[in-house]
Design a protein around this ligand. Structure first.
Ligand code: GRF
Length: 204
């Protein structure tokens, strides 16, 4: 499965995916392209070092989200991309991309959804007083972190945690959970039944 990774920041999840592919843990997933909405995103350097094609567009150079996504889509189609992994991509995906990749876009979120969606999953869990948090890989739909859940991993929230220490504990699990979910998707082992994502034993 030819995949593009969309990211806006440091790219540790992107790196975890690329490392998993290199280690033979993602036999059917090929990371063809790294796209960023930020020209100077560190993730682009990680991609260049890994020999993966990079692409960046600034949404403010386009009249609308639709125009921006159409420009991105043109490149994805030229590269015969079959799915997208959002890895710290700090924008909502619009209908142009959602319709081009139905049930083919995954996201990773740093909380146990449906608790604490949005931009500050770790901080929100800590401030709420949750004793357990974690990460969620889910399909992307038109909402904010609302799509069907593929993989979740839990971590404890400790009494002396700060946002940073909790985020560090969660991101370790993200680096395990995301390759696991991408492996299942790329091997055709996921079936969506309503809100539930069922793992198939083999691709039949
Ligand atoms: C991760 O915490 C991810 O869950 C969230 O954004 C962060 C991206 O981190 N969506 P990185 O750029 O992959 O290091």
């Amino acid at each position: 499965m030819r995949l593009a990774v969309f990211a806006s920041g440091r790219g540790s999840n992107f790196k975890a995916l690329v490392d998993a592919r290199r280690d033979g843990r993602l036999p059917e997933a090929e990371f063809v392209l790294c796209f960023s909405d930020k020209t100077n995103a560190p993730v682009l350097d990680i991609a260049r070092e890994a020999g993966i094609e990079t692409l960046h567009f600034s949404p403010k150079d386009f009249a609308s989200r639709e125009e921006y996504e159409k420009a991105v889509l043109k490149h994805l189609e030229a590269e015969k991309i079959e799915g997208i992994c959002l890895a710290g991509y700090m924008r909502l995906v619009g209908s142009t991309l959602l319709e081009a990749f139905p049930n083919r876009i995954l996201n990773i979120h740093p909380a146990l959804l449906p608790s604490f969606p949005g931009l500050h999953g770790q901080r929100d869990a800590l401030e709420y007083g949750a004793k357990v948090s974690g990460c969620t890989v889910h399909f992307v739909d038109g909402g904010v972190d609302t799509g069907p859940i593929v993989v979740q991993r839990a971590v404890p929230v400790l009494d002396d945690d700060t946002e940073e220490t909790l985020a560090a504990r969660i991101v370790e699990q993200e680096h395990q959970a995301y390759p696991e979910a991408v492996d299942l998707l790329s091997r055709g082992l996921l079936r969506i039944e309503g809100r539930r994502v069922v793992r198939l034993r083999s691709a039949d």
